[in-house]
Design a protein around this ligand. Sequence first.
Ligand code: PA5
Length: 473
Amino acid sequence: MKSEWSKSMQIKLDYNNMMADFIGEDQGFTNKDFVINKKLVEKAFNEVKNNRGTGMMGWTELPYNQKEIVADIIATAKQIKKKFDNFVVLGIGGSALGPIAVFQALCHLRHNELPKSKRKFPKLYVEDNVDPERMAALLDVLDLNKTCFNVVTKSGATSETMAQYLIIMDILKKKFGDKAKEHMIATTSEHKGNLIKIAKDEGLKTFYIPDGVGGRFSELCPVGLLPAAVVGVDIKALLKGAAYMDKLCKSKDLKKNPALMCALLEVLAMNKGKNISVMMPYSDGLKYIADWYCQLWGESLGKSVDNDGNLVYAGQTPVKALGVTDQHSQVQLYREGPFDKVVTIIGVENFRSTVEISAGCDSIPDVNFLCGHSMNELINAERKATEYALTTAKRMNYTLLLPEINAFTIGQLLFLFEMETAYAGAMLNIDTYNQPGVEGGKNATYALFGRKGYEQTKKEMDNAPKKRQEYCI
Ligand code: PA5
């Protein structure tokens, strides 16, 4: 990858509209705010720098330490392409949102609907729910002879994923007998959990999720790389993009480090009561990057206690929106509702397709003004118009601009958000990498299903106040 090209593909951050010069003194920041918070920035920077690659920050090294794994993934993807037409991921949360986001960003937007001759790679389905109708519908459309499943769970204990695995494996065994294992790949922890035991017993091909890589930080390990490679994504370029962004995010200089700057802006905004972070890509390809971001930001920063045990109830509610679609749904609220949001707009300079708006309405100037332009111009004009509209209403917003959508820029974007989350967590002095709130729900499910070891939780649930009929309609 030529360094000139890499530079031309660098994601740009424009935070003008977070500043007092543009949205006024009472809403915006000044350079003085950056000076006042110098110590906070330094603390976060050093914490991330000193901890990277250790504990639950193993994800920072994924762009560099997976040479053999990447080779195995590419070889496996080639075999899958030869034998199968469908690749189905069974997983939830961090084991699903990344694969969905990268698939949508880097494959044809109608990939699964394309005829095989044009598609060239298997169809991808990511099943991240236990809605029985969805599972039944999936089974209705799959030719199992041509389907490979990938069960993905780091803990190997997630009820939803393991339920899916049990259902599918049973069907595969009934249909293929001893050959069922050829239709199932496992991605899980090497040393912990139930799936690794099952995978060994069944003789499944297995990829490992490194110990220091939590679910929501796992897109750049086999969790995300295998499905991406199966649908033809250049996973080496994805990792190169991440490494490129990592380099930028290693700068101590706040004004040169996009992740550090975004983290500071969001944390300062939270201090000003901006409890909602809206992620609004102006691109259908990036639509599910917003979903992935919502998990990353919400689950990492939403914590009741800080590292010193103080009750802090930290976090910001992440909301996904799609430009321009949500201009006709959400932007009214963003512009005129409560002053409680920061809107992150993601723009794309050059789209992969160009669609001209046809002429044909000479006599109606109010329609004719569109003619001679392209949809490309229209979507970017609307993005700038939303920026302008939010700014004139004194609403905090900033823009991340991708020169184009490709594996290199998507690798950058994912890594940028991961680093931003790490810096923000350090600034908030919380544990970015745990999820006790999620575990609470998981444990209650185990208790309701009578799982051994959860008798106490079941007792507590049984003793919880009973619902009153008077509050039901
Ligand atoms: O970020 C996380 O750790 C979680 O959201 C997990 O990804 C999610 O709960 C699924 O967990 P697992 O991969 O263990 O099945």
